[in-house]
Design a protein around this ligand. Structure first.
Ligand SMILES: [Zn+2]
Length: 130
């Protein structure tokens, strides 16, 4: 295969990678939001799944609120496999710590709305308890 063909093959066979890239691009357009891919593109480490690491991580300035986003996986909702369970535990812990966590993302808009609402809610809470 030529390099071009290889590139095309990779693109067609990694729709989730492409989608994650689109979500990251859209979130980084939000004011004061910086996010990045947490996992390696290729040859993801096994421990990533077991640690419950979500696809996208980042933060919002100036209050430093952590942001975690996970795109919808091939598993069904409520799946209890080791990696889904680890992610659920991580998401619950992060939410409890006051981070903005958006999981099960199926569209770029859903990710953008989720992070926006999460930040608004978090900042609203902070104001009301201050
Ligand atoms: Zn699963």
């Amino acid at each position: 295969m030529t390099p071009d063909q290889v590139r095309r093959w990779k693109k067609e066979n990694a729709p989730e990678e492409e989608f994650t890239t689109q979500v990251i691009r859209a979130l980084n357009l939000l004011a004061f939001v910086t996010v990045w891919r947490t996992k390696r593109r290729q040859g993801a480490r096994k421990s990533d799944d077991l640690d419950g690491v979500l696809d996208i991580g980042g933060h919002a300035a100036p209050d430093g609120i952590a942001i975690y986003v996970e795109t919808k996986r091939s598993c069904k909702d409520g799946c209890v496999c080791a990696s889904c369970t680890a992610q659920r535990v991580f998401a619950e812990r992060a939410t409890g710590a006051g981070c903005v966590v958006v999981t099960g993302v199926r569209s770029v808009q859903q990710a953008v709305d989720g992070v926006r609402m999460g930040l608004a809610r978090r900042r609203g809470l902070e104001r009301s308890t201050a």
